[in-house]
Design a protein around this ligand. Structure first.
Ligand SMILES: [Zn+2]
Length: 297
């Protein structure tokens, strides 16, 4: 089974719990990831809404340096460059929180040099760029410059966490496809972090990607959350014509997930169930091919 995950917070959690990437008690480690044939894992460097200005940037550096140390220590860890090597963890890097820029446009070039492939514009609060899902913020003049520069530097805009007004403002001036790395369908689970039908259709029309989030609160409004709840989201996205758009954005180590989907070692079972329910072609698209096609071009 090939597996391409657009979002996890494992680096932040490793640092918080003083653990390493090769073996740990978190949702993702390199050892358990060996169950995948081709594995592309996006590691997000998460910037808390408590941090702004240089403090936000310094926390990015702390996480980035930790990732570099893991890269040096683990021969089976490599940076993803559009090609997925089997028997490796092919790591794609992103930053979750545009506060990392500390309001400085030149930081984008630096992120690009450090191999960052995606920037989640906001977390839940408001920052120098736009408004997050739990804020009333809007796109700023600086935010518009940021999107233009990201597009020029080839860093993909991630709209997960953006509030809906900011999302539609972005649509007025964004020229390149963008991604919602870890968001589900609001019609199935009414949460401000999930996407409305119009947002889903807009991302589809722009040939972006949407990563299915495993967070309990984004999957269903009631417990217990069962696999059928996740399939309701997939059914919904497929009915909106998202067969070439849908991907995985687990949110592992950043969210509370169902017991039956509690780590990288459990994604094979979900895959087998998806093959049974949707057929192998659709399962392969969601699990790997859609994201791989997006990032290999
Ligand atoms: Zn998130």
């Amino acid at each position: 089974m090939n597996y391409f995950d657009l979002h996890c917070d494992t680096i932040y959690e490793c640092l918080k719990t003083n653990q390493q990437l090769d073996h740990n008690d978190l949702s993702i480690d390199l050892y358990r990831g060996q169950s995948c044939s081709n594995w592309v894992q996006t590691f997000a460097f998460w910037i808390s809404d408590d941090l702004r200005g240089e403090a936000a940037y310094q926390d990015f550096l702390r996480q980035y340096d930790f990732f570099q140390s893991q890269l040096e220590q683990n021969t089976q860890l490599r940076l993803y460059d559009g090609k997925a090597f089997s028997n490796y963890c092919n790591a794609m890097l992103s930053v979750e929180g545009g506060a990392v820029l500390a309001g400085k446009i030149e930081r984008i070039q630096e992120l690009s040099k450090r191999g960052i492939r995606m920037l989640t514009l906001c977390w839940n609060g408001e920052n120098e760029i736009a408004g997050g899902a739990l804020s009333q913020g809007r796109f700023t003049k600086f935010g518009k410059q940021v999107v233009k520069e990201l597009e020029q530097q080839g860093i993909i805009v991630d709209v997960s966490h953006l509030n809906e007004p900011s999302f539609w403002e972005l649509c007025d001036f964004a020229e390149k496809p963008f991604i919602a790395t870890h968001s589900n369908a609001k019609a199935i689970c009414n949460h401000p972090r999930n996407l409305t039908d119009d947002q889903i259709i807009e991302i589809r029309n722009r040939k972006g990607l949407i990563g299915l989030n495993f967070y309990l609160d984004f999957l269903a409004e009631r417990t217990p959350v069962i696999m059928q709840n996740l399939f309701q989201h997939i059914d919904y996205f497929l009915n909106l014509g998202c067969q070439d758009v849908l991907a995985i954005g687990s949110d592992f180590d950043g969210a509370t997930v169902p017991e039956w989907l509690c780590g990288i070692e459990t994604v094979a079972n979900l895959y087998e169930n998806m093959v049974e329910y949707y057929g192998r072609d659709i399962a392969n698209k969601i699990y790997f091919e859609n994201a791989q096609n997006f990032f290999s071009h």
